[in-house]
Write a new protein. Structure first.
Length: 172
């Protein structure tokens, strides 16, 4: 059986299309590639679109306790990129609501204008094989299956002091 090669894009249905476009372009460093009356497409890399925004007309506001997508995640190339993006977003008033070292990743969680969670992360392992081995080695009785909450300013300072990515995998 063939499996997909990658996750291509996400489409968010929203009453706040302009705010969502502005927020995602700011957070991801993306640009608008196409816009029409009720749909817009943005990308931050060579993909024809990574995130689309659909406004079909008035929608019921999303309830925080409703079933649905919990979050979407975007991976940065390294600690310097993650920390640099955190600092850039902080300067424009966008701050994470939670930062967690999951062992396999170091993550910052934000909320977009529709209150969807957006995880910005860096992989803590050099290869996907190492990351998968870490996940397979976990058990249902692990003391902390979710991860360790951290202060993003402390991470910035540690990266400035020479923190290596390999050190993050052992924190959890």
């Amino acid at each position: 059986m063939a499996s997909p090669r990658k996750l291509s894009h996400i489409v968010l249905q929203t009453n706040h299309r302009r705010e969502m476009i502005d927020w995602y372009c700011t957070v991801l460093g993306a640009e608008i590639l196409y816009e029409a009356e009720r749909i817009s497409f943005i990308s931050y890399d060579d993909e024809h679109h990574r995130v689309a925004f659909l406004d079909p007309g008035p929608l019921t506001e999303r309830q925080p306790d409703a079933a649905g997508l919990n979050h979407v995640a975007f991976t940065f190339g390294g600690l310097d990129d993650l920390v640099g993006n955190y600092q850039r977003l902080k300067e424009v008033g966008i701050r994470p609501h939670r930062c967690v070292n999951h062992g396999v990743t170091t993550s910052m969680y934000y909320q977009d204008p529709d209150h969807n969670q957006v995880e910005l992360l860096v992989d803590n392992f050099a290869t996907a094989v190492d990351g998968q081995a870490y996940m397979r080695g976990r058990s249902a009785t692990d003391k902390n299956p979710v991860g360790v909450v951290y202060d993003p300013e402390a991470l910035v300072a540690r990266v400035r002091d020479g923190l290596r990515i390999e050190e993050l995998a052992s924190i959890n």
